[in-house]
Ligand binder design. Structure first.
Ligand SMILES: Cc1cc2nc3c(=O)[nH]c(=O)nc-3n(C[C@H](O)[C@H](O)[C@H](O)COP(=O)(O)OP(=O)(O)OC[C@H]3O[C@@H](n4cnc5c(N)ncnc54)[C@H](O)[C@@H]3O)c2cc1C
Length: 422
């Protein structure tokens, strides 16, 4: 046994890795447990980064786990340890600096990394991405000198960042190639309501446009050309055009990958002794049964917990039931929520009921299939995402309470819960 051998080796120190570590320790207080992180910092949550970038949160307030937490859990954290190769046959990983760790059980919780689209000239201008604390600090530093910001991509990262930049006084333009903001989560009407709120706060929303070229004007600033001929000037360019699972270390490893690392309902990969969880994993989707990468925080937590329990052979493990997307999203003092497949159009057995609240009382769209809830999106309505998530998970037949559910979804779901779920 060497000092670079761990019974449990976790790669990645964010939500999935942290949850796995805690779950392992619940079942096995003894086996050597080591977490490797490519960063030189203590673990933190990426979700808070837009607030660090805008200056609203301090970098020391975003921690997920401190040194004391690792001591309490009898676990070691190794920083500046970037895994570049995995050798399943030797049960070993290699780090960028040549070090090698061996393991009995390995969890890959390496998350996702930003995708930068192949735009002419983009590699010759200064642009930012937002996934790490260093990224956020670099945006923050640039914001103090910038007046005009352009955000490429209207997904969650871009929307959060645009809002905080606008609140910090920058002149913000968003460019999105799809016709709607947050199109993965919200239907076009809900997206339009969110977009209008941004416009009311002076964020310029350029939807359905594609960035074609970028060119430096003065050092740090650039001119951007869109496919409709529009030209924009930016002192700060944020590329938030999506993410992809961070799995480059698996090239030549023989581990089965598709869009992410393919895992079963215990988060096991095809290689013995190797698990994967969180944004890097591709696990069963609840509604379709097809494996999907569901890159959200609640999924990373759930998958990390299951992986940790299975690694430590916890007898209480309940295998993964499949991923159901869930997002709660606050913007400019308003509140939106989407659970399940809330953005799908009507048809193919899918029924949708929309309540626009006479323009006064928020917005709600319910999506049913065979009288079972499969998705719900709401803006400025009191909702409990957890209860609705559970209603989807239980595939509850809503026929007996259909009208009641369509007019009062949350109250009806609560009543069903207290009657039948105990
Ligand atoms: C700005 C922003 C806002 C977001 N907002 C929301 C939100 O509102 N709601 C929501 O549900 N989700 C949100 N997300 C997504 C959410 O943060 C992720 O789903 C979640 O962090 C995934 O956790 P994870 O542990 O799988 O991966 P990550 O959080 O990506 O962490 C992976 C870790 O692995 C490390 N790592 C990667 N490769 C290696 C390697 N080769 N060797 C060693 N270490 C490595 C990384 O440094 C990182 O610490 C947001 C993300 C961002 C960036």
């Amino acid at each position: 046994m060497t000092d670079t051998h761990a019974h449990y080796l976790i790669v990645g120190s964010s939500h999935a890795g942290r949850e796995a570590l805690a779950a392992i320790r619940m079942a096995d207080p003894k086996g050597r447990l080591v977490m490797l992180s490519r960063e030189g910092r203590m673990p933190y949550s990426p979700t808070i980064l837009p607030y660090v970038a805008s200056g609203r949160s301090q970098p020391d307030r975003v921690g997920l786990a401190d040194a004391e937490w690792f001591t309490e859990n009898a676990a070691e954290l190794v920083l500046n340890a970037q895994v570049v190769a995995v050798d399943p046959a030797a049960r070993a990983v290699r780090l960028a600096d040549g070090r090698r760790w061996t393991y009995d059980k390995l969890l890959l919780a390496t998350g996702a990394e930003p995708v930068v689209p192949p735009v002419k000239g983009l590699d010759r201008v200064r642009y930012h991405v937002l996934r790490t604390l260093d990224d956020a600090l670099s945006i923050r530093e640039r914001s103090t000198q910038a007046r005009r910001a352009v955000v490429l991509g209207a997904g969650l990262v871009g929307m959060h960042a645009a809002e905080t930049m606008a609140a910090a006084g920058l002149d913000v333009t968003m460019v999105e190639m799809r016709p709607h903001v947050l199109a993965e989560y919200f239907d076009p009407k809900a997206s339009a309501l969110i977009r209008q709120t941004f416009e009311r706060h002076s964020v310029r929303m350029m939807m359905g446009r594609r960035l074609l070229w970028a060119m430096e004007t003065v050092p740090g600033s650039c001119r951007l050309g869109l496919d409709d001929g529009t030209e924009l000037e930016a002192d700060l360019l944020l590329v938030a055009a999506g993410v992809r699972p961070a799995m480059a270390m698996l090239a030549d490893s023989g581990i089965t990958i598709d869009k992410g690392i393919l895992v079963d309902d215990r988060m096991r990969t095809a290689a013995p002794g190797i698990w994967a969880a969180g944004d890097v994993a591709q696990a069963r989707g609840f509604l379709t049964g097809v494996p999907v990468v569901n890159g959200t925080l609640p999924e990373a937590v759930e998958q990390g917990r299951i992986a940790g329990m299975d690694m430590a052979s916890d007898p209480d493990l309940i295998p993964y039931g499949g991923g159901i997307p869930l997002n709660t999203y606050g913007f400019f003092g308003r509140h939106a929520m989407a659970v399940g497949t809330a953005a799908v159009p009507e048809g193919d057995g899918i029924e949708t009921v929309t309540d626009e609240g006479n323009g006064q009382n928020g917005y709600c769209r319910i999506v049913l299939k065979d009288n079972r809830l499969i998705g719900l999106a709401a803006i400025d309505r009191v909702m409990d995402a957890g209860i609705l998530w559970r209603l989807i998970l239980r595939r509850t037949d809503l026929s007996p309470v259909r009208q009641q559910f369509l007019s009062h979804p949350l109250e009806t779901a609560r009543a069903l819960m207290s009657r039948g779920w105990r």
